[in-house]
Design a protein around this ligand. Structure first.
Ligand SMILES: [Zn+2]
Length: 276
């Protein structure tokens, strides 16, 4: 007698030739080659801080990586002489340099250009439509985004909240042709079901770790490219590092990145929006 807990679809899958193959464990993210990945990031640096080591491995393996940046980060400075316009330009150059270090060309950075701290107040329907369109256009094998939470909504700071929920909503909408049908009719964008999702900033819910022992120095250098976001540049802008300050920041990063004696980046791996 079949297990009453198995759904009809699960029974069919188990009986189908190749069913066992369908149930094989998912491929390791960092081992992918020749795929397309799309990472959604609230600010031009979360992608670096969360994932630079993993992205560097993927870039080396001929994967095409797109970085979608929701905001232009034009508010994060205590320097009284700084303006939003100037800061946005600085942040763009810093992000391009960080991506260059990781191995991602600046042509693959897609700026949505919302103002820093204002993503929550964007028109949410337009925002999800915009990101749905990007997913349908680039048809990524993997999407990475801030973790919206497993069973409960995760607390995030401003922009991160909206980025987390909007990204997962766009992933969902992208596969159903009746969401935003104008994209199919006018832009010839077909529905796309994202096969793999990895959520960063997952905290203690992280269930998937990528070893970045070989990339830690690269990650520190990419992170240091965001010089305007660290003391003392965040208080009085300067484009370069005092070597002493740089070593202090790198030491902090090093101390926070270890698990079981190895440098790692943690994610929550999910498929069909359920934790694995
Ligand atoms: Zn951020």
């Amino acid at each position: 007698m079949p297990d009453r807990l198995m759904t009809g679809a699960a029974l069919l899958l188990a009986a189908w030739p190749g069913g066992a193959q369908q149930r094989r464990p998912p491929e390791r993210l960092e081992n992918l080659t020749g795929k397309t990945l799309m990472l959604f990031t609230p600010h031009p640096d979360d992608d670096t801080f969360c994932c630079a080591g993993t992205l560097a491995q993927l870039a080396r393996k001929q994967n095409k990586i797109y970085i979608v940046i929701y905001t232009n980060d034009d508010k994060g400075s205590y320097d009284p002489e700084m303006t939003s316009e100037r800061l946005a330009r600085i942040r763009m150059h810093e992000e391009e340099e960080a991506c260059r270090i990781v191995g991602i060309p600046k042509e693959n950075i897609l700026w949505l250009q919302f103002h820093d701290g204002m993503l929550e107040y964007a028109n949410s329907r337009d925002l999800v439509e915009q990101c749905t369109g990007l997913i349908r256009k680039y048809r990524p094998d993997v999407v990475l985004g801030p973790d919206p939470g497993g069973e409960y909504v995760r607390w995030h700071k401003t922009d991160h909240r909206m980025a987390a929920m909007n990204t997962i909503d766009a992933i969902r909408a992208a596969e159903w042709h009746l969401y935003f049908p104008n994209q199919r009719l006018h832009d010839h964008l077909e529905p796309w079901k994202v096969p793999m999702e990895f959520f960063y900033y997952a905290g203690k819910d992280a269930n998937y770790f990528v070893n970045i022992d070989n990339e830690i120095e690269l990650k520190l250098n990419a992170s240091a490219a965001h010089v305007s976001q660290f003391d003392p540049s965040i208080r009085h802008y300067r484009a370069d590092w005092d070597p002493k300050d740089l070593e202090r920041v790198k030491a902090t990063f090093r101390s926070r990145s270890k698990k079981d004696g190895h440098y790692v980046e943690g994610f929550r791996s999910a498929r069909g929006f359920n934790p694995q």
